[in-house]
Design a protein around this ligand. Structure first.
Ligand code: B12
Length: 151
């Protein structure tokens, strides 16, 4: 398969939520020398944008969004170490938050990976630091930034 064919197949399989095919194509692309950025920005993200457009038109419903999202998350697990590996020294800490009740986490997880790749320690509040005192302590250091996911 050419790189263009891999991108097209990745787009199509993410759109229909075929997680095993998305995983296989991602691995194939990486093994064939494609950059994680190309896979992400030329195939996976455009596919989810198309899923959103179809949802808005009433052609897709929540289950379709869910399986496409899961297919993308599987590919992100493969891309994560590649996107994050820069060897940069820790330059500060980000506290990543999610608005209560919002389950969209793919974009946030991607931002986490990018920040880690840029040398930040990321503390994702979804899983850690529920205690107010721990938060206050972290926020009191000048190197800590608090960011929040929007959807
Ligand atoms: C997959 C998906 C789902 C999945 C989420 C699975 C998951 N684990 O995340 C499921 C099926 C669960 C879901 C549910 C719902 N969804 Co939905 N979903 C999507 C979809 C198709 C893709 C989102 C995505 O992951 N995109 C890929 C990522 C990489 O892009 P991103 O999120 O935009 O993130 C990028 C930037 O925004 C930014 N970013 C994101 N977060 C952060 C945080 C920080 C700090 C920073 C700096 C940057 C940043 O960086 C990212 C990388 O570039 C979008 C459509 C779309 N066009 O976005 C709808 C969409 C977000 N969903 C929508 C809706 C309406 C819903 C539901 C209310 C549907 C319903 N009737 O139940 C529920 C809400 C459930 C809830 N309580 O939260 C709407 C939201 C409209 C709005 N804003 O008002 C959208 C836009 C679809 C639409 N066009 O109508 N959804």
């Amino acid at each position: 398969m050419t790189h263009d064919e891999i991108i097209k197949a990745l787009f199509d399989e993410t759109l229909v939520g075929n997680a095993p095919a998305v995983l296989e194509l991602t691995n194939q692309g990486i093994a064939d020398g494609m950059t994680p950025g190309a896979i992400l920005f030329d195939a996976l993200i455009p596919a989810l944008e198309e899923v959103g457009a179809r949802f808005e038109r009433g052609d897709f419903f929540v289950p379709e969004m869910l399986i496409s999202g899961k297919a993308m998350s599987g590919a992100l697990n493969v891309l994560r170490p590649l996107l994050a590996e820069t060897g940069a020294e820790t330059v500060g800490t980000f506290l990543m938050g999610t608005v209560k009740g919002d389950v969209h986490d793919i974009g946030k997880n991607l931002v986490n990976i990018m920040l880690e790749g840029a040398g930040f320690e990321v503390i994702d509040l979804v899983c850690k630091y529920h205690q107010r005192s721990s938060l206050q302590q972290l926020l009191s250091t000048s190197q800590t930034s608090l960011v929040c996911q929007r959807s």
